[in-house]
Design a protein around this ligand. Structure first.
Ligand SMILES: Cc1cc2nc3c(=O)[nH]c(=O)nc-3n(C[C@H](O)[C@H](O)[C@H](O)COP(=O)(O)O)c2cc1C
Length: 194
Protein backbone atom coordinates (compact mmCIF):
# COMPACT_ATOMS: atom_id res chain seq x y z
CA UNK A 1 0.00 0.00 0.00
CA UNK A 2 1.29 3.46 -0.91
CA UNK A 3 1.46 5.72 2.15
CA UNK A 4 -1.12 8.49 1.87
CA UNK A 5 0.44 11.84 2.74
CA UNK A 6 -1.39 15.16 3.09
CA UNK A 7 0.69 18.28 2.39
CA UNK A 8 -0.17 21.89 3.13
CA UNK A 9 1.47 25.24 3.83
CA UNK A 10 0.85 27.38 6.90
CA UNK A 11 0.48 30.52 4.80
CA UNK A 12 -2.13 31.79 2.34
CA UNK A 13 0.07 34.66 1.16
CA UNK A 14 0.34 35.15 -2.61
CA UNK A 15 3.75 33.81 -3.59
CA UNK A 16 4.36 32.35 -0.11
CA UNK A 17 7.71 30.62 0.34
CA UNK A 18 5.99 27.95 2.39
CA UNK A 19 3.70 27.13 -0.53
CA UNK A 20 6.81 26.73 -2.69
CA UNK A 21 8.32 24.45 -0.05
CA UNK A 22 5.07 22.46 0.03
CA UNK A 23 5.28 22.07 -3.76
CA UNK A 24 8.84 20.71 -3.50
CA UNK A 25 7.66 18.33 -0.77
CA UNK A 26 4.86 17.07 -3.02
CA UNK A 27 7.31 16.34 -5.86
CA UNK A 28 9.79 14.70 -3.51
CA UNK A 29 7.19 12.53 -1.77
CA UNK A 30 5.67 11.46 -5.08
CA UNK A 31 9.16 10.60 -6.38
CA UNK A 32 9.65 8.38 -3.33
CA UNK A 33 6.42 6.51 -3.99
CA UNK A 34 3.87 8.22 -1.76
CA UNK A 35 0.27 8.92 -2.67
CA UNK A 36 0.22 12.70 -2.10
CA UNK A 37 -2.64 15.16 -1.62
CA UNK A 38 -1.82 18.89 -1.66
CA UNK A 39 -4.35 21.25 -0.12
CA UNK A 40 -4.40 25.00 0.54
CA UNK A 41 -5.75 26.29 3.86
CA UNK A 42 -7.23 29.19 1.86
CA UNK A 43 -9.82 26.69 0.64
CA UNK A 44 -10.88 25.99 4.25
CA UNK A 45 -11.38 29.43 5.83
CA UNK A 46 -12.13 29.30 9.55
CA UNK A 47 -13.16 31.88 12.14
CA UNK A 48 -10.75 32.58 14.99
CA UNK A 49 -11.21 29.89 17.63
CA UNK A 50 -13.97 31.04 19.95
CA UNK A 51 -15.55 28.74 22.50
CA UNK A 52 -18.84 30.69 22.49
CA UNK A 53 -19.05 30.20 18.74
CA UNK A 54 -18.21 26.53 19.18
CA UNK A 55 -20.93 26.18 21.82
CA UNK A 56 -23.55 27.91 19.64
CA UNK A 57 -22.71 26.45 16.25
CA UNK A 58 -20.35 23.53 16.83
CA UNK A 59 -17.13 22.88 14.95
CA UNK A 60 -17.23 24.76 11.58
CA UNK A 61 -17.85 22.70 8.44
CA UNK A 62 -14.39 23.54 7.06
CA UNK A 63 -12.70 22.28 10.23
CA UNK A 64 -14.73 19.05 9.91
CA UNK A 65 -13.58 18.75 6.28
CA UNK A 66 -9.96 19.18 7.38
CA UNK A 67 -10.44 16.71 10.24
CA UNK A 68 -11.78 14.09 7.82
CA UNK A 69 -8.85 14.76 5.48
CA UNK A 70 -6.32 14.40 8.31
CA UNK A 71 -7.97 11.15 9.39
CA UNK A 72 -7.97 9.80 5.83
CA UNK A 73 -4.18 10.14 5.48
CA UNK A 74 -1.35 8.18 7.11
CA UNK A 75 0.96 11.17 7.37
CA UNK A 76 0.96 14.95 7.12
CA UNK A 77 3.72 17.29 5.96
CA UNK A 78 3.38 20.92 6.99
CA UNK A 79 5.48 23.70 5.46
CA UNK A 80 5.23 26.65 7.80
CA UNK A 81 6.45 30.21 8.05
CA UNK A 82 7.71 31.54 11.39
CA UNK A 83 5.97 34.52 12.97
CA UNK A 84 7.84 36.11 15.87
CA UNK A 85 9.76 32.88 16.42
CA UNK A 86 6.56 30.88 16.65
CA UNK A 87 3.54 29.37 14.87
CA UNK A 88 1.64 31.64 12.44
CA UNK A 89 -1.96 32.23 13.59
CA UNK A 90 -3.48 30.63 10.48
CA UNK A 91 -1.81 27.35 11.32
CA UNK A 92 -2.41 27.50 15.08
CA UNK A 93 -6.07 28.33 14.51
CA UNK A 94 -6.41 25.39 12.13
CA UNK A 95 -4.73 23.00 14.58
CA UNK A 96 -6.93 24.29 17.42
CA UNK A 97 -10.23 23.88 15.55
CA UNK A 98 -9.33 20.40 14.34
CA UNK A 99 -8.35 19.45 17.91
CA UNK A 100 -11.98 20.05 18.96
CA UNK A 101 -13.28 17.25 16.75
CA UNK A 102 -14.21 14.00 18.45
CA UNK A 103 -17.18 12.82 16.37
CA UNK A 104 -18.46 12.93 12.82
CA UNK A 105 -22.25 12.51 13.15
CA UNK A 106 -22.62 9.25 15.05
CA UNK A 107 -19.08 7.97 14.44
CA UNK A 108 -15.94 8.76 16.47
CA UNK A 109 -13.41 10.87 14.55
CA UNK A 110 -9.91 11.47 15.88
CA UNK A 111 -8.05 13.43 13.19
CA UNK A 112 -4.67 13.40 14.96
CA UNK A 113 -4.66 9.86 16.35
CA UNK A 114 -1.71 7.83 15.07
CA UNK A 115 -0.81 10.54 12.58
CA UNK A 116 2.86 10.89 11.62
CA UNK A 117 3.86 14.48 10.89
CA UNK A 118 6.88 16.03 9.18
CA UNK A 119 7.72 19.70 9.51
CA UNK A 120 9.37 22.15 7.11
CA UNK A 121 9.89 25.88 7.43
CA UNK A 122 11.19 28.77 5.38
CA UNK A 123 12.20 32.37 5.82
CA UNK A 124 14.46 34.97 4.27
CA UNK A 125 16.61 34.84 7.40
CA UNK A 126 19.57 32.73 8.46
CA UNK A 127 17.49 30.29 10.50
CA UNK A 128 14.91 29.49 7.83
CA UNK A 129 12.06 29.68 10.32
CA UNK A 130 13.46 26.75 12.36
CA UNK A 131 12.71 28.45 15.70
CA UNK A 132 8.98 28.38 14.97
CA UNK A 133 9.15 24.63 14.47
CA UNK A 134 10.07 24.08 18.15
CA UNK A 135 6.66 25.46 19.09
CA UNK A 136 4.83 23.72 16.26
CA UNK A 137 6.46 20.42 17.23
CA UNK A 138 5.40 20.83 20.84
CA UNK A 139 1.78 21.72 20.00
CA UNK A 140 1.41 18.83 17.55
CA UNK A 141 2.92 16.42 20.05
CA UNK A 142 0.38 17.52 22.63
CA UNK A 143 -2.58 16.89 20.30
CA UNK A 144 -1.39 13.32 19.84
CA UNK A 145 0.58 13.19 16.61
CA UNK A 146 4.04 11.72 16.20
CA UNK A 147 6.50 14.20 14.74
CA UNK A 148 9.55 12.86 13.00
CA UNK A 149 12.95 14.17 14.05
CA UNK A 150 14.09 15.16 10.56
CA UNK A 151 12.96 18.60 9.40
CA UNK A 152 13.81 20.88 6.51
CA UNK A 153 14.30 24.60 7.09
CA UNK A 154 14.86 26.67 3.98
CA UNK A 155 17.13 29.63 4.72
CA UNK A 156 17.33 32.76 2.50
CA UNK A 157 14.03 31.68 0.97
CA UNK A 158 13.94 34.71 -1.38
CA UNK A 159 16.84 33.18 -3.34
CA UNK A 160 16.33 29.48 -2.58
CA UNK A 161 14.18 28.50 -5.56
CA UNK A 162 15.15 27.95 -9.20
CA UNK A 163 12.65 29.11 -11.87
CA UNK A 164 11.30 25.55 -12.11
CA UNK A 165 10.45 25.61 -8.40
CA UNK A 166 13.21 23.24 -7.27
CA UNK A 167 15.77 24.18 -4.61
CA UNK A 168 18.92 25.82 -5.94
CA UNK A 169 20.96 24.42 -3.07
CA UNK A 170 21.78 20.71 -3.23
CA UNK A 171 21.96 20.44 0.59
CA UNK A 172 18.43 21.79 0.95
CA UNK A 173 17.18 19.31 -1.66
CA UNK A 174 18.91 16.48 0.24
CA UNK A 175 17.40 17.68 3.50
CA UNK A 176 13.92 17.55 1.92
CA UNK A 177 14.67 14.06 0.58
CA UNK A 178 15.62 12.90 4.10
CA UNK A 179 12.48 14.38 5.62
CA UNK A 180 10.21 12.80 3.01
CA UNK A 181 11.91 9.40 3.20
CA UNK A 182 11.67 9.42 7.00
CA UNK A 183 8.00 10.42 6.84
CA UNK A 184 7.25 7.55 4.46
CA UNK A 185 9.25 5.06 6.57
CA UNK A 186 7.48 6.10 9.78
CA UNK A 187 4.00 6.02 8.24
CA UNK A 188 4.72 2.53 6.87
CA UNK A 189 5.85 1.40 10.33
CA UNK A 190 2.76 2.90 11.98
CA UNK A 191 0.44 1.34 9.38
CA UNK A 192 2.05 -2.08 9.94
CA UNK A 193 1.24 -1.85 13.66
CA UNK A 194 -2.50 -1.25 13.05
C1 LIG B 1 3.85 38.95 12.11
C2 LIG B 1 5.10 38.48 11.42
C3 LIG B 1 6.13 38.01 12.17
C4 LIG B 1 7.30 37.52 11.55
N1 LIG B 1 8.27 36.98 12.32
C5 LIG B 1 9.33 36.38 11.71
C6 LIG B 1 10.28 35.67 12.49
O1 LIG B 1 10.20 35.55 13.69
N2 LIG B 1 11.32 35.09 11.83
C7 LIG B 1 11.45 35.16 10.46
O2 LIG B 1 12.41 34.61 9.93
N3 LIG B 1 10.56 35.84 9.71
C8 LIG B 1 9.49 36.43 10.31
N4 LIG B 1 8.55 37.08 9.56
C9 LIG B 1 8.77 37.20 8.12
C10 LIG B 1 8.22 35.96 7.40
O3 LIG B 1 9.18 34.95 7.46
C11 LIG B 1 7.91 36.32 5.97
O4 LIG B 1 6.83 37.23 5.91
C12 LIG B 1 7.61 35.09 5.16
O5 LIG B 1 7.59 35.43 3.81
C13 LIG B 1 6.25 34.47 5.57
O6 LIG B 1 6.13 33.20 5.05
P1 LIG B 1 5.40 32.89 3.66
O7 LIG B 1 6.31 33.40 2.58
O8 LIG B 1 5.29 31.41 3.63
O9 LIG B 1 4.08 33.58 3.65
C14 LIG B 1 7.40 37.57 10.15
C15 LIG B 1 6.33 38.06 9.39
C16 LIG B 1 5.19 38.50 10.01
C17 LIG B 1 4.03 38.99 9.18
Amino acid sequence: MLPKILVFAGSNRTGAYSKKVANVAVETLAGLGADVTLIALADYPLPIMDEDLEKDKGVPANAMKLGRLFAAHDGILIASPEYNSSIPPLLKNTIDWVSRISRDDDKPLKPYAGKVVALCSSSEGNFGGARGLYHLRSVLMNVGTQIITEQCSVIHAHEAFAPDGTFRDERTAKSMQRVCQALIDHTRFESSRR
